[in-house]
Ligand binder design. Structure first.
Ligand code: NAD
Length: 966
């Protein structure tokens, strides 16, 4: 094989860069990040700044050309900018065939002259809206037409245009499924398949008419089952049944791959249908394995490269063993894998033309040539598109080419013995999976609704809970269940005629009774060993986990959460129980002793705690505050929100069932203004844990500060309130990431999260482009009942919220420009569609007051100074976000954006216990961090006991380790 000892020829800039970057792992990352952001930069000065930020710290290690470039760039940015852009363009030209079909055609002709055939792939931005999906469909239609027209003039080349069964299409197009529908939801695969079929049919119809082959590409694992089901569905439609011009890619790095292949073979056999499968290894290994780890889901991919290689060979053998069902396309650059496929085919008596080999455009040229010479049909995967939208593709290729694991790199750049390169992957030894640090606390995984068992469990739970709608819920006071004459209904905001539960209402009398019970229970509960209390609270977490789908289902009915949002709330409740149990054990006591003196630093419970919670995280917040109070030894009287009282009542039972004594956990349902306020003011209450609005929070803060007759202690108030959370979008932000991050943060759960984004501050140069994509994205969000998992936007909580939000929107029309307001077609329910205002004055109500609904105020900033002034210019400091690819700006924003929780380059909602301790300051809260290591201290009083152990010269045995009050 020719090709020297390097992957890339030394003569090209790309070649030199890549050969060099293979040696410098750390710098490589910086360099690729720079390459990633370059096309998004307009100004030479910006290019120079980014180049310095990414590479400046390492100039000792840079090749002299780059060092010189950086220095020149500091003086004359235009030169550096020009050179850098040219470099990226050159690099992109290595991997991207052409910018459009017109430019691609002559290049394809040249490929055919070299006896190479192709599949064309369209590069583009991530599809975030239906407008964009529509455009993608049109691009595919155009590409098919143009290529088919051109192909009319192409002469038949037997090696390329026929297989052992006859002629095959000259034109082959690869279609990315994710590009055809923007609202694919894991929990609603059927909905995705319906929409995707609609978009695909015209493409397949045209391809059929023009004799073009269509291959379904395989992307992220979350889309795998949908893609397979869609592929089969299309071939089951009479119009396309029996077609030999459809193929699909399958990924050998997936643990499911062999099983899926067997299913596909059985399906094909059952229908007498032959399909082509492109077997690849898979291009998203890092994302798949990292995301799975972050979510605590089993990893869908093999951990080790040689496992993937071995699976590749096994699945290839399976394919070759079923020639009537599967047409084989082996896509790999690994010579060993390729050789294994060829050898297997030979052993089965299948000639080279009966299967094909596929490789990426711009890679492994000598290998391609050798295969062609051996008589194989070699197909190149040729991306067509502009560089900027194709950047993620380009960077993926660069990474692949320079990764330590890559066969190509091993083949060409290192002197590795041939025997090692060609070794049987099943016999590979010594490699161990990467050891990841084990975090001290593990979050309860969210449910993976792409799994059909999970969807079935949720549907079943919804059916069970539907049967429980309308139940009566009494108060729990001591051992008694207390019914009251006065009762209140909790209703489904998506269907106001549906009663979710009928709730007893506590008044002053019931509050007094509960306080008496709690006072009686306190001595015993507070002296229960910390470890015993922790066990009980952890058990409460386990009980919630055992009923997690039922809890999630009731949230769908009572507060209008979508499946995924409800599931996340339940998981957080479980986390709070387990986390605070662990924390209580950790901090139970410490000693600082010197010889002859014992010092015991420990904590005692504060006393009677009132827990006042909001409805928007109806289980998690109530549960977290309650678990913290209880595990610390306080007696808790809980007052759930009126709008989520059924969930609150069910939670109280969980704590009882877990073993909390009746006097230590009591349930008072009722109005905040009456029973809530009464409890807050009561002289016997030591602690108030409140989460809710600023208005109510400030009242409580004040009321708790007033000393009443008979009061013997200072009241402690844990107070978490609202926000006016902002996201800043920098000039160089990756809009493919920013737009979905903003949409989810602003409109997830209808904007009714304390962490929701309600202000968007965009730097001037990207303002219009971002707004355009944002509005398109917002207009694509599905609005409707949360019972249907295909919907993303449900109703707001009640009629009062509905009226209030509507009124704010109306008023805002007077001083800001309405950029978008989603129409709502639901005939009942409190639906308000996502609403976006642009050019909002920074001092207006829309920009200053918490609205707590799906309303986003967009503002323009001149520069980062201006943006920071705007974001910090409210009373609140809860969450905030920043999208940027400038290391320097990121560092600055970390320092200067004044919020409790700041998120960089991701959405700003969805804080996880322990990973993202949550809470704000200024008028957003008292600085306590729920789910953080210092949270429990708010529920405790610290004490130190010092004991002199000396008795007339001898040291008495210590009562060491014993808490004096246990
Ligand atoms: P809310 O303030 O109206 O009600 C919260 C709770 O306070 C309810 O249980 C209510 O019955 C009770 N209450 C009302 N008046 C009272 C009074 N005078 N005395 C004692 N209790 C009284 O808030 P909400 O509408 O339920 O929740 C939405 C608000 O909560 C938003 O402002 C949101 O930002 C905030 N929130 C903050 C966080 C956070 O962690 N910072 C989390 C979730 C929600």
């Amino acid at each position: 094989m020719e090709g020297g000892t390097r992957v890339f020829s030394r003569s090209s800039l790309t070649g030199r860069l890549m050969n060099w970057s293979m040696q410098q792992e750390q710098l490589k990352v910086q360099l690729f990040r720079l390459i990633d952001v370059l096309p998004a930069l307009d100004e030479p000065r910006e290019v120079a700044r980014h180049a310095r930020d990414y590479l400046g710290g390492a100039d000792g290690e840079l090749p002299w050309v780059m060092r010189a470039g950086l220095e020149a760039g500091a003086k004359v940015p235009a030169i550096l900018s020009f050179a850098a852009r040219l470099g990226v363009r050159q690099m992109a030209n290595n991997f991207i065939l052409a910018r459009d079909a017109g430019a691609a055609i002559p290049k394809l002709v040249r490929l055919r002259e070299k006896r190479l055939t192709f599949t064309a792939d369209i590069l583009g931005e991530t599809v975030l809206s239906e407008t964009e999906a529509q455009k993608y469909q049109e691009r595919y239609l155009r590409l098919i037409t143009q290529l088919a027209d051109a192909a009319k003039n192409w002469e038949d080349i037997e090696q390329l245009d026929s297989d052992d069964r006859g002629p095959i299409p000259k034109v082959n197009v690869s279609v990315k499924i994710s590009a055809l529908y923007s609202q694919i939801k894991p929990a609603a695969p059927q909905d995705a398949i319906e929409h995707l079929s609609e978009r695909l049919r015209p493409i397949l119809r045209l391809a059929k008419a023009r004799g073009v082959f269509i291959n379904f590409d395989m992307e992220h694992y979350a889309l795998k089952d949908v893609t397979l089901a869609l592929f089969k569905k299309m071939l089951e439609e009479p119009e396309f049944a029996g077609s030999r011009q459809l193929g699909i890619a399958m990924q050998a790095y997936l643990r499911d791959c062999a099983r899926d292949m067997l299913e596909l073979i059985a399906w094909a056999a059952g229908r007498g249908q032959r399909v082509t499968v492109r077997l690849v290894k898979g291009a998203y290994w890092d994302t798949e394995s990292l995301m799975a780890r972050q979510r605590e889901w089993p990893s869908p991919v093999f951990d080790l490269k040689h496992e993937t290689d071995a699976n590749y060979e096994a699945v290839a053998a399976l394919m070759l063993g079923h020639p009537e069902e599967i047409g084989c396309a082996f896509a790999t650059h690994n010579v060993r894998s390729m050789a294994a496929c060829i050898a297997r085919a030979e052993a089965l008596g299948q000639p080279p033309g009966s299967y094909e080999i596929q490789m990426l455009y711009g890679m492994a040229e000598p290998i391609k040539q050798a295969l062609i010479d051996m008589g194989h049909r070699v197909r190149e995967y040729c991306p067509v598109g502009e560089i900027l939208p194709g950047m993620s593709y380009l960077v993926r290729r660069l990474l692949e080419n320079t990764s330590n694991e890559g066969f190509l790199r091993a083949t060409f750049s290192k002197e590795r013995p041939v025997t090692e390169l060609l070794a049987d992957p099943r016999k590979a030894q010594g490699a161990e999976p990467v050891a990841w640090p084990v975090p001290p606390f593990r979050n309860e995984p969210h449910t993976d609704f792409t799994r059909s068992e999970a969807r079935t469990r949720m549907q079943e739970a919804m059916t069970v809970m539907r049967g429980e709608l309308g139940k009566h819920y009494p108060l729990l006071i001591g051992e008694r269940e207390v019914r009251t004459d006065d009762e209140k209904l909790s209703i489904n905001p998506a269907k106001p005629s549906q009663i979710v539960g009928v709730l007893a209402q506590a008044g002053v009398k019931e509050a007094d009774e509960a306080i008496a019970e709690a006072t009686a229970a306190f001595p015993q509960w507070s002296r229960t060993e910390a470890d015993a209390r922790a066990k009980i609270i952890a058990r409460a977490g386990d009980l919630i986990a055992a009923a997690r789908f039922e809890f999630a289902a009731i949230e769908v009915f009572e507060v209008g959460k979508t499946w995924a949002e409800a599931d996340a709330d339940v998981a957080e409740a479980i986390d709070f129980c387990r986390y605070y149990a662990g924390e209580m054990r950790r901090i139970a006591s410490t000693t600082y002793s010197v010889p002859g003196e014992l010092n015991l630093h420990h904590y005692k419970a504060r006393g009677l705690a009132v827990i006042i919670a909001p409805w928007n995280f109806p289980l998690a917040i109530l549960c977290g505050m309650t678990a913290a109070a209880l595990v610390a030894g306080n007696c808790a009287i809980i007052k759930p929100s009126e709008q989520s009282a059924v969930i609150g009542a069910r939670l109280a039972r969980v704590f009882r069932d877990a073993g909390v004594p009746p006097g230590a956990i009591q349930l008072l349902l009722g109005s905040g203004a009456t029973v809530g306020a009464y409890l807050v003011e009561h002289p016997d209450i030591a602690l108030i844990a409140f989460t809710g609005s600023k208005e109510v929070g400030l009242k409580i803060w004040e009321a708790a500060g007033r000393t009443r007759p008979g009061q013997t202690q200072l009241k402690k108030v844990v107070c978490e309130m609202g926000g006016k959370n902002a996201i800043i979008v920098d000039t160089d932000a990756d809009l493919d990431e920013a737009v979905p991050g903003i949409l989810a943060s602003a409109f997830g759960y209808q904007g009714q999260k304390c962490s929701a984004a309600s202000r968007l501050i965009v730097l001037e140069p990207v303002y219009e482009r971002l707004l355009e994509r944002l509005v398109d994205g917002a207009s694509s969000l599905r609005i409707g009942s949360p019972e249907d998992p295909a919907n993303m936007v449900g109703p707001v909580i009640d009629s009062e919220a509905y009226e209030r939000i509507k009124a704010m929107i109306e008023a805002a029309k007077g001083y800001a420009k309405l950029a978008y307001s989603a129409p709502v077609s639901e005939s009942q329910g409190y639906y308000i569609g996502p609403t976006i205002f642009r050019d909002v004055p920074a001092d207006s109500a829309l920009a200053q007051q918490e609205i707590f609904g799906p309303v986003l105020a967009v503002m323009r900033a001149r520069d980062l100074d201006d943006a920071l002034t705007i974001v910090n210019g409210t009373q609140f400091a809860l969450t905030g976000g920043f999208f940027s690819r400038s290391p320097r700006n990121i560092e600055r924003v970390k320092r200067e954006f004044d919020v409790g929780n700041l998120y960089i380059n991701r959405g700003i909602t969805g804080a996880l216990v322990a990973r993202h301790p949550f809470g704000g300051h200024k008028m957003s809260g008292g600085g306590t961090k729920a789910g953080g290591s210092d949270y429990l201290l708010n529920f405790l009083l610290p004490r130190v006991v010092t004991e002199n152990l000396m008795r007339r010269g001898f040291v008495s045995p210590a009562t060491e380790g014993q808490r004096p009050d246990s």
